[in-house]
Design a protein around this ligand. Structure first.
Ligand code: SAH
Length: 204
């Protein structure tokens, strides 16, 4: 499937009906989701791979991975309502993806180590709860040898230090992320947030 076609399909997915600020629920815009997934596909990390989406929300990354030919896709998400929406979204695009309701901080999730090849994620940036992205990075490195994550621009040095001895950044792709006015503390109708997509590999 061409990048543009993937983007158009993902454009049809429903986002959060009542986004929760504390969980930093922002749906990844379709062009950015498609870009991350396509990049991962070209690197050989999606086709025929067992993909896990951490903080899968309404499912855009998970569903896109399924459409690009992942062998299996599992989303992990704390909010049961978002998981319901993700199943509806998957049905809309006839994508084969499963979702489980769990908190990434749940230590029992590490028993799934070795059952995934690739993690994709757009974790909270920690704007509401400082360091909210850390448990995502921790779990990603346990679950799979390769991770693609969306972070605030300029996060690479922090991620590099934080994962020292456990992982390594092998690529950084820049971009921006338009956020619509979602929460009362937002002062603009649309705000462009500069982001970077990092590809992390686990140190053996
Ligand atoms: N992956 C989706 C959602 C990104 S928003 C997308 O790309 O559109 C971040 C998601 O992480 C939200 O759905 C939020 O509910 C979820 N989340 C936040 N903290 C979490 C936690 N501790 N465990 C699991 N999911 C969490």
């Amino acid at each position: 499937m061409k990048l543009r076609r993937l983007e158009m399909k993902l454009q049809r997915l429903a986002g959060f009906t009542r986004p929760r600020a504390a969980l930093e629920q922002y749906q990844t815009p379709a062009p950015l989701a498609a870009r991350l997934l396509y990049h991962a596909l070209m690197k050989g990390d999606i086709g025929g791979k067992r993909v896990c989406d951490l903080g899968s929300g309404t499912g855009i990354l998970a569903i896109g991975a399924a459409l690009l030919g992942a062998e299996s896709v599992t989303g992990i998400e704390a909010d049961a309502k978002a998981v319901e929406m993700a199943y509806e979204n998957a049905a809309l695009l006839q994508a084969d993806a499963g979702f489980i309701v769990a908190d990434v901080k749940d230590p029992s999730l590490s028993s799934r180590a070795g059952t995934f090849d690739t993690v994709v994620m757009n974790p909270p940036f920690g704007a509401q709860k400082e360091h909210a992205d850390r448990p995502f990075i921790d779990l990603a490195l346990v679950l799979a040898p390769v991770t693609y994550g969306i972070f605030n621009a300029g996060s690479a040095p922090f991620v590099r230090t934080y994962t020292e001895g456990r992982g390594e950044i092998t690529e950084k792709v820049g971009g921006s992320f338009p956020i619509q006015r979602t929460f009362s503390f937002h002062t603009k109708d649309v705000q462009e947030i500069d982001i970077e997509i990092l590809r992390l590999i686990r140190r053996q």
